[in-house]
Design a protein around this ligand. Structure first.
Ligand SMILES: CCCCCCCCCCCCCCCCC(=O)SCCNC(=O)CCNC(=O)[C@H](O)C(C)(C)COP(=O)(O)OP(=O)(O)OC[C@H]1O[C@@H](n2cnc3c(N)ncnc32)[C@H](O)[C@@H]1OP(=O)(O)O
Ligand SMILES: CCCCCCCC/C=C\CCCCCCCC(=O)OC[C@@H](O)COP(=O)(O)O
Length: 273
């Protein structure tokens, strides 16, 4: 049997790709990230028709969660959750969590409460099938370039939370932060909680530094601890108290982040200097 040029190329690729994958940490990083996004886009293809039956509905978030839960096993990431008891509130609340990377999706899906929708940048809505799946699951999209629009969407969310018994998940840093610390917090999430007069539940995901670093292009297996902190009440607070509330929650989260990540607690605060 004769082997054609195309078949030789295929054989070479099948041999070279696994070798390169093992030899080069950078190649491995790109493969793993590409597969991560590709896999989610593919899963979304399956999720869309299932979610579409109900139309745009926060209950669809359960379907996305269920379909995404296995990814941590594919990547060998162990997630330990502490503080489950702090999630036992019946009423709506605002979850605030640190935002290190798109891998946060794994920690988020591990603990996502029922009827809880994330607030995401509008660009995610255009991320193909994933965007459509997010829209069907009721993800709230904001335009970060238009502050007034973003604020009015969030004010509307305050009413929706109460009217439809919905919880909202916000990344108050407002962008991904790969630096191993926490950026200053934007105040939107805290205005939202004060306007709705609902508690805030802070969530801290420990640093990914042992298994993931975007700058060094390193992505191995590892462990992440997710800590659910006790609720912070906002009853009786007004918008004047939002800056102080924001700072106190951030301080608590940063201390927890440093503790979980095994860092000394006095240093590495990107905001306080
Ligand atoms: C199976 C297949 C599945 C496929 C799909 C898989 C996905 C599954 C779902 C998961 C999706 C997860 C997606 C997560 C994506 C994460 C993100 O996109 S993070 C980025 C977006 N999020 C945020 O930005 C939230 C945090 N940002 C804010 O809170 C901001 O404040 C803002 C509301 C966006 C406005 O930002 P900015 O324009 O920069 O302005 P500021 O300086 O922050 O604020 C100006 C001013 O306004 C005050 N203010 C803010 N919010 C309010 C408010 N709601 N009400 C009243 N006033 C408000 C603020 O305090 C400032 O005034 P001050 O006087 O300076 O205090
Ligand atoms: C916890 C967020 C995870 C969302 C993962 C959705 C994965 C969708 C899969 C394929 C689409 C490819 C587009 C990748 C978009 C990554 C989403 C994300 O992590 O948003 C970052 C956002 O917050 C802050 O944005 P910037 O850091 O300011 O730019």
């Amino acid at each position: 049997m004769e082997i054609s040029v195309g078949q030789w190329i295929l054989i070479a690729v099948l041999i070279l790709v696994p070798l390169l994958y093992e030899w080069s940490a950078t190649f491995k990083y790109f493969c793993k990230m590409a597969f991560y996004n590709g896999w989610i886009l593919l899963l979304a293809v399956l999720a869309i028709p299932i979610c579409a039956v109900r139309g745009r509905n926060v209950e669809n978030m359960k379907i996305l969660r269920f379909m995404l839960l296995h990814i941590k096993y594919l990547y060998g990431i162990k997630i330990e959750v502490r503080g489950w008891e702090n999630f036992s509130l019946k009423e709506p609340y605002v979850v605030v969590s640190n935002h290190q990377s798109e891998l946060d999706l794994l920690g988020m899906m591990e603990i996502l409460p029922n009827r809880c929708v994330p607030i995401a940048k509008r660009e995610l809505m255009y991320a193909g099938t994933a965007g459509l799946a997010c829209w069907l699951a009721g993800v709230i999209f904001i335009n970060r370039k238009k502050t007034d629009d973003a604020i009015s969407v969030m004010s509307e969310a305050a009413q929706t939370m109460l009217r439809e018994d919905v919880r909202v998940w916000v990344f108050p840093e407002g962008t991904r932060n790969h630096d191993g610390s926490m950026l200053p917090f934007k105040r939107g999430a805290f205005h939202l909680a004060v306007q709705a007069q609902v508690p805030i539940i802070p969530i801290v995901m420990s640093s990914y530094k042992d298994f993931y670093n975007k700058k060094d292009r390193r992505f191995t297996t590892g462990k992440c601890t997710v800590r659910i902190l006790p609720k912070v009440d906002t009853r009786g607070l007004g918008s004047d108290e939002v800056p102080e509330l924001t700072e106190s929650v951030r301080k608590m989260m940063l201390a927890t982040f440093l503790e979980l990540s095994g860092e000394p607690s006095q240093s590495r605060d990107a905001c306080s200097q």
